[in-house]
Write a protein that binds this ligand. Structure first.
Ligand code: NAP
Length: 243
């Protein structure tokens, strides 16, 4: 089924964002890719175009509200509308509380929570004006099963879960809201980790059981492809081997 939607994805230069962009482009969506590293975004856009799809990109740091406004404006200027915003950008520099990595805590709050709020603030007025729209927020199974080292990360993801549920209740019949909770996915996610012990433990676990980011992309596509009156509220996608 061709989707023909205009989709903005944050954190689209790698991992889940990249896989989602590739899949949605192959399904007929027009993509606007955001992230901080322009070269990564350009590479994804080029890959999409060489496969016959359509993608444009813009450097965007989600900690800045203006960056999200610019991404949404780019979608509207170039493609005439915005159907879906995938708030995917996120980091997970996990550690035990005793490590006192206050800068990492602040960065997770700024990117994982404020970044999503900035996306909502940019997209909501457009969705209201159009009378339709879909917000997809990427959270995590880290918020469903809380484990040591993941306290602050899980807290940021569960803050987004709470925001998503409240927004769903306020949304009304014309706006769809979806949260997607990935389990362990083979991406660059561990790169942001500054605590060497926590990083090594996660990298070992990822090497052992992580699934392809394509699994999450398929989940996001499933939520998007439903008829307009059908809202997929929550999807949890884990590797079978994850406890
Ligand atoms: N991998 C997993 O096991 C897993 C599990 C559950 C949930 N998740 C969630 O999935 C999402 C995607 O992560 P991933 O696994 O695909 O890891 P990833 O490959 O590291 O992707 C994260 C993306 O976010 C972007 N990003 C980070 N900070 C940003 C900022 N300030 N502004 C804009 N973009 C920013 C990064 O690009 P730039 O650095 O270029 O900005 C990167 O492309 C995250 O929200 C993560 O929490 C991942």
């Amino acid at each position: 089924m061709e989707l023909e939607k205009v989709v903005v994805i944050t954190g689209a230069g790698s991992g889940i964002g990249r896989a989602t962009a590739m899949l949605l482009a192959a399904r007929g969506c027009r993509l606007v890719l955001g992230g901080r590293r322009e070269a990564q975004l350009a590479a994804v856009a080029a890959e999409i175009e060489s496969a016959g799809g359509l993608a444009i990109f813009r450097r965007a740091d989600v900690t800045r509200p203006a960056a999200l406004e610019a991404l949404v404006a780019l979608a509207c200027d170039r493609f005439g509308r915005l159907d879906v915003l995938v708030n995917n950008a996120g980091i997970g520099p996990i550690s035990r509380f005793d490590a006192l990595k206050v800068e990492d805590w602040d960065a997770m709050i700024d990117i994982n929570i404020r970044g999503v709020l900035h996306g909502i603030a940019a997209a909501l007025p457009v969705f209201r004006r159009q009378g339709s729209g879909h917000l997809v927020n990427v959270v995590s199974t880290a918020g469903l099963k809380i484990v040591p080292t993941m306290g602050v990360y899980a807290a940021t993801k569960n803050a987004v879960r709470t925001i998503t549920e409240a927004l769903r209740q306020e949304a009304g019949p014309q706006l769809r809201v979806t949260e997607v909770s990935p389990g362990m996915v083979a991406t660059d996610f561990a790169d942001s980790m500054t605590d060497e012990a926590a990083k090594a433990a996660i990298q070992d676990r990822l090497a052992a059981i992580a699934m392809s980011p394509d699994a999450i992309a398929r989940g996001i596509a499933f939520a998007i492809e439903q008829p307009p009156e059908v809202e997929v509220g929550s999807i949890v996608i884990r590797p079978t081997a994850q406890d």
